[in-house]
Design a protein around this ligand. Sequence first.
Ligand code: ADP
Ligand code: MG
Length: 479
Amino acid sequence: MEWEAVIGLEIHTQLATESKIFSGSSTRYGARPNSQASLVDLGYPGVLPVLNAEAVHMAVRFGLATGCTIARRSVFARKNYFYPDLPKGYQISQYELPIVHGGHLDIVTEEGGVKTIGITRAHLEEDAGKSLHEDFQGLSGIDLNRAGTPLLEIVSEPDLRSAREAGNYMRAIHTLVRYLDISDGNMQEGSFRCDANVSIRPRGETELGTRTEIKNLNSFRFVEKAIQVEIGRQIDVLEDGGSVVQETRLYDADRNETRAMRGKEEANDYRYFPDPDLLPVVIGDDLIERLQANLPELPAAKRARFIEQYGLPAHDADILTANPESAAYFEAAVSASRSASPKTVSNWFQGELTAILRRESVEVADTRVSAATLASLLDRVADGTLSGRMGKEVLEALWNGEGSVDEIIEARGLRQISDAGAIEALVDQVIDGHPEQVAQFRGGKTRVIGYLVGQVMKASRGKANPRQVNEILKNKLAG
Ligand code: ADP
Ligand code: MG
């Protein structure tokens, strides 16, 4: 039997507002526990929530960017459950009337094609606090700094068909929220995480199978691995004659397996009801028009423009537009460079610069080599002053703060030898010194030229222009 996987994701993305969704406390990450929790966040009786308009604007921006219908009237509801990090005893969320619904987003499939994934809805809600188990022996601490942080929960249709597709969808949403500047998308800090709903069915079947929900996945890799093992587990269960139980599961990365957390029988009854402390959110045409007019160029449009305007391969455009900082860096370098082609800039960005950024664990936004500096380096490669190899050395020196491109070239004596006379002299010297290889070449063993080029390069201490060395050597050997 051939099985087909069906996956739907619920992505929680923290909105990048200054203050919380219903209070004036700061949302900044990493502060001393409970230093950013007001009476509203602490759930004191008698205090009232006040909705943060900026969170509403951000949710609408997301809705507009994904072709959602913007609800003219949406309602906050109380989702009731007990947990130590939820002092009110309920989470304020949206239930029947979310702020946006019925949209879509294109993703890249495993085969490199394009597929449209439905977005069921996205709703606003508040985050809960955090329980800290490490700090006190035998006790748990409660930190309510995160309580009341605005979240946008983005729910997909069950349109995804493989772990890889689900990962690509999550990446596409991540890219989009970064472009829209509505979330920092920082996964280490928990600003972007997801629950994956997974079921399987015989290929060709149209009814959905029973699903499980894997909670709280906070990296693209874990999402893909967790879904992959869960699909495998469900196939084993069904092929052994069992049936999949609808339940919540946890992914254990160390053992690469999912484990049951709670079943449907123990499922919470949230007793949702409209929050009497908050008015319905009413959104008018004027606000929608204003937010629409201020949308930035979106990832898909930028990707298409990079291919068209810069003549880049699709693969390059994918990488450069994966986040707004990379795209901006690339465009700034292209426009600052006098003679490097966009493809050359793209190659250096993806190759040498990205290698350094990875090695140093630095984001593009915090790079120590600006786009203008990379452009001046690539101009020196383009005009023949530097070979590619020398260029890499200069890039490292730039990273280490050794000065401008030209200062580094001077200080390190890195000027490439492009003077034909000087190179000819070196070539003659090598030809005289290697009669055996020269005879081999002339006898038809032309591959030996690689060795001779190497000898000339060595004699120039790596500074001769390799293209010229090749040419001059070929001419002399033929002559
Ligand atoms: P709940 O609110 O109980 O979590 P929803 O019906 O809102 O359930 O669905 C949540 C997510 O689960 C959505 O992303 C949806 O696409 C997905 N989903 C629903 N049914 C299935 C299924 N049978 N297999 C896989 N995913 C599913
Ligand atoms: Mg759910």
